[in-house]
Design a protein around this ligand. Structure first.
Ligand SMILES: NC(=O)c1ccc[n+]([C@@H]2O[C@H](COP(=O)([O-])OP(=O)(O)OC[C@H]3O[C@@H](n4cnc5c(N)ncnc54)[C@H](OP(=O)(O)O)[C@@H]3O)[C@@H](O)[C@H]2O)c1
Length: 358
């Protein structure tokens, strides 16, 4: 199962809209076939492993990070392909919550007389596809809020300068996350102040869709996020009423303008995330600034916060999160599943907000 997990991990973020799955076939203690979901979700891991194993799949044990699919889509159901391949036993990491599957893949195997063991390394298998699972269950992608703060909780100095608060190693981790996410989102204020590219600048990197939230069309069309060469598009999300003006202002084949409903002049982030889910996106990385961070937390679309806390005291500048208007300590957003890691001189704190996410 660990091997199957490693295979699937190598494709994390590249298989959208499908989950990234690993499959390993073992017969008589020997590995006879293995595979992971292909880019864009095809072929399925089981198909690759069965093809590699050929006749050697007969009598093998199949290790699968996720329940095999039970529905005929663009390819035949994997559970049936495993039965036809003659496997003798299946070991499954976690169940697939997708309604056409949800237990049916296991049922097909069991009905064919194949013993199935489930829940092996379940947490790891689930974590690997937290994006897919969240999209299926909540009809929105998994939201991650990443910020780099000083020890006194600022994300920019008094002039608005924020480059760089965290270490080069911390920033390299963020580039890895960009590769694993379908989209990265920033607010108009960040584009105006920092002019970020939001591309994934590491070896074998892949750019996510770069999203700018700009209700009033303040960001210049010449900003790098719109003009930088990238295989991925840039998306400008604005209020529906500003769509015609936005289309004129950002008339650029690399930029897609999307209208979203709003509330008090702000973009309704829940509606935006629902639209992202309709596009099949599973994981979205929110990279600030402070107003977008507050708004995203308020909208309860954040499943994980990741703060890189640098050993610096700014003493002035922008607090990490704005607009929450928390009056008492007991009104604070609590965090659970807290992990702390040291990255160069920084502390990376990751946790899950306690407020029930939508
Ligand atoms: N250290 C870090 O990790 C980090 C990361 C990013 C940025 N920063 C720093 O943060 C500063 C920018 O942060 P900021 O708080 O001023 O701006 P921001 O959060 O990047 O952008 C906020 C703007 O986005 C627009 N917007 C539209 N809908 C929104 C919604 N639902 N929620 C929030 N914003 C919405 C609003 O402008 P309109 O009303 O005009 O649409 C709003 O003023 C810069 O100094 C930058 O250097 C630091």
């Amino acid at each position: 199962m660990r091997r199957a997990l490693a295979l699937a991990r190598a494709r994390a973020g590249l298989t959208t809209p499908n989950p990234s799955v690993g499959c390993v076939l073992v017969r008589g203690g020997r590995l006879v076939g293995q595979g992971a979901t292909g880019r864009g979700g095809r072929p399925h891991a089981e198909t690759v492993a069965l093809t590699r194993a050929g006749r050697l799949a007969r009598g093998a044990t199949a290790y699968l990070t996720l329940e095999p699919c039970a529905h005929r889509g663009r390819t035949p159901a994997c559970a049936r392909a495993l039965v036809a391949g003659g496997i003798a036993r299946a070991v499954v990491g976690c169940l697939d919550p997708y309604p056409p599957v949800r237990g049916r893949g296991i049922a097909i195997l069991s009905k064919a007389g194949i013993p199935v063991e489930t829940g092996v390394l379940e947490n790891e298998c689930r974590a690997l596809n937290e994006g897919f699972i969240t999209r299926v269950r909540r009809r929105r992608p998994f939201g991650i809020l990443k910020l780099a703060t000083s020890l006194d909780g600022r994300i920019a100095a008094a002039s608005g300068d924020s480059q760089w608060i965290s270490s080069a190693r911390s920033r390299a981790i963020v580039h890895r996350w960009r590769r694993e996410c379908d989209a990265v989102v920033v607010g108009a204020g960040t584009v105006i102040k920092d002019n970020p590219r939001l591309t994934c600048r590491i070896a074998r990197g892949r750019d996510p869709v770069r999203v700018v939230i700009d209700a009033r069309l303040r960001t210049p069309p010449t900003a790098l996020v719109f003009t930088e060469r990238s295989a991925a598009t840039a998306l400008l999300v604005t209020l529906v009423k500003n769509l015609p003006r936005a289309r004129r202002r950002y008339a650029n084949p690399r930029v897609e303008v999307v209208g979203c409903r709003g509330r008090d002049g702000e973009i309704d982030l829940q509606a935006m995330m629902a639209e992202f889910a309709r596009r099949g996106w599973c994981k979205v990385l929110f990279e600030g600034g402070a107003h977008l961070a507050g708004s995203a937390l308020r909208a309860r679309i954040i499943d994980r916060v990741a703060f890189f806390i640098a050993p610096k005291v700014l003493g002035a500048g922008l607090p990490a999160v704005q607009g929450l208007e928390t009056r008492r300590v007991r009104e604070a957003i609590g965090l659970r599943n807290v992990s702390v890691r040291r990255i160069a001189g920084d502390a990376l704190i990751e946790a899950r907000p306690v407020t029930r996410p939508r």
